[in-house]
Design a protein around this ligand. Structure first.
Ligand code: UT7
Length: 327
């Protein structure tokens, strides 16, 4: 069975927060942020915009580009760590708004690897004979869980959503996928309060436990190692090598992590999609936004081999290798 990426879309808030704005908020400076992370600016959702609003916009664009009607969808997965609310799922909220009445819908929590996890799960789902199309949205409004007085985290994150419609086709699209997790790193990136372990109280608010906590250095080390491992696994499973790759789409957490991976795999800058400078780390949205924008700019050609790899809270990691185009 061949499953192809049939269309991609994205949505980004209009408001730009640049490094100079952050200089006014915490003790940091543009030079440090650019040198250590590669980020120059990021988008921030206004107070009326929730994750589902960005998901809806990105999904509509992906459906239109795929030439698929919402009623034709069999499955909707929203990969996010910032759902509109604990329940119902953000996927159900957009199912209703899109009018995708036939689709099963659920959210998936795999941090920044969420989009990769979503595509992989949906691809397996489509192996059922009666299923044709799935929508996967990677979306986060990280500004809602970011402490803008903490310079260790607030410089990194941005808001956005990216979506893909995948479906059956006659020539292979997705060639290989690979997922993994290392729960021993669960305490490296987490949101302490708001779940069943530490429910929200006045005390959790006072202690700022409703904001993301991160041990950046440990994640950096993990990411620098795992990115290459993921890519090697994907390519060897498909019996291909780095020279065959036309487009490399790494998760956008830190430009230094991306450059290390490029160097180790000998993938040149002209083959690598980078949007961290403009949008920061948008978690599950980073990879689909990069692909959707590259499509819009005419950078993706039919038959090209695309290698996408990510890591994130969990710690989770994974990648997909696929050929662009549909038939
Ligand atoms: O999607 C997954 C999510 N997270 C990640 O992938 C994060 C991965 N990690 C990283 O990207 C990097 O570890 C960071 C960007 C978070 C930090 O960069 P670093 O080069 O590892 O810096 P550091 O934490 O080792 O800090 C170096 C120095 C420290 O000062 P001293 O102790 O050397 O005097 C920090 O206090 O830089 C200082 N520093 C800052 N200075 C200016 C830390 N944050 C800032 C800041 N502005 N925002």
């Amino acid at each position: 069975m061949a499953v192809q990426v049939r269309g991609m879309g994205h949505a980004l808030p209009d408001k730009v927060l640049n490094n100079f704005d952050l200089e006014q908020m915490v003790e940091t400076n543009d030079e440090w942020i650019v040198e250590r992370t590669g980020i120059k600016e990021r988008r921030i959702a206004d107070s009326n915009t929730a994750t589902s609003d960005l998901c809806f916009e990105a999904a509509r664009m992906a459906l239109e580009r795929a030439g698929v009607e919402a009623e034709e969808l069999d499955l909707i997965i929203v990969a996010t760590v910032t759902p509109d609310m604990m329940f119902p799922s953000t996927a159900c909220i957009i199912q209703q708004r899109l009018g995708a009445s036939k689709a099963a819908a659920f959210d998936l929590s795999a941090g920044c690897t969420g989009f990769i996890y979503g595509v992989t799960v949906a691809e397996r789902f489509l192996s059922a004979p009666d299923c044709r199309y799935a929508l996967i949205v990677g979306a986060d409004v990280l500004s809602r869980i970011t402490d803008f007085t903490d310079r260790n985290t607030c410089i990194l994150f941005g808001d956005g959503a990216g979506a893909a419609v995948i479906g059956k086709g006659s020539t292979p699209g997705i060639l290989s996928s690979y997922l993994g997790a290392d729960g021993s790193g669960a305490d490296l990136l987490y949101l302490p309060a708001g779940g069943s372990r530490i429910p929200v109280s006045h005390e959790t608010i006072e202690k700022k436990l409703h904001f993301v906590r991160m041990h950046g250095n440990e994640i950096f080390r993990f990411a620098s190692k795992i990115m290459v491992e993921i890519c090697e696994k994907l390519l060897s499973r498909a019996e291909l090598d780095y020279n065959d790759v036309d487009v490399f789409v790494p998760h956008q957490a830190n430009l230094r992590i991306i450059k290390t991976a490029m160097k180790r795999m000998n993938i040149p800058p002209e083959k690598t999609l980078i949007n961290i400078d403009q949008f920061g780390n948008m978690s599950a949205a980073s990879i689909p936004v990069a692909l959707s924008m590259a499509y819009e700019e005419g950078l993706l050609k039919d038959g090209q081999l695309i290698l996408a790899a990510a890591f994130g809270a969990g710690l989770t990691y994974g990648g997909i290798l696929f050929r662009w185009g549909r038939n």
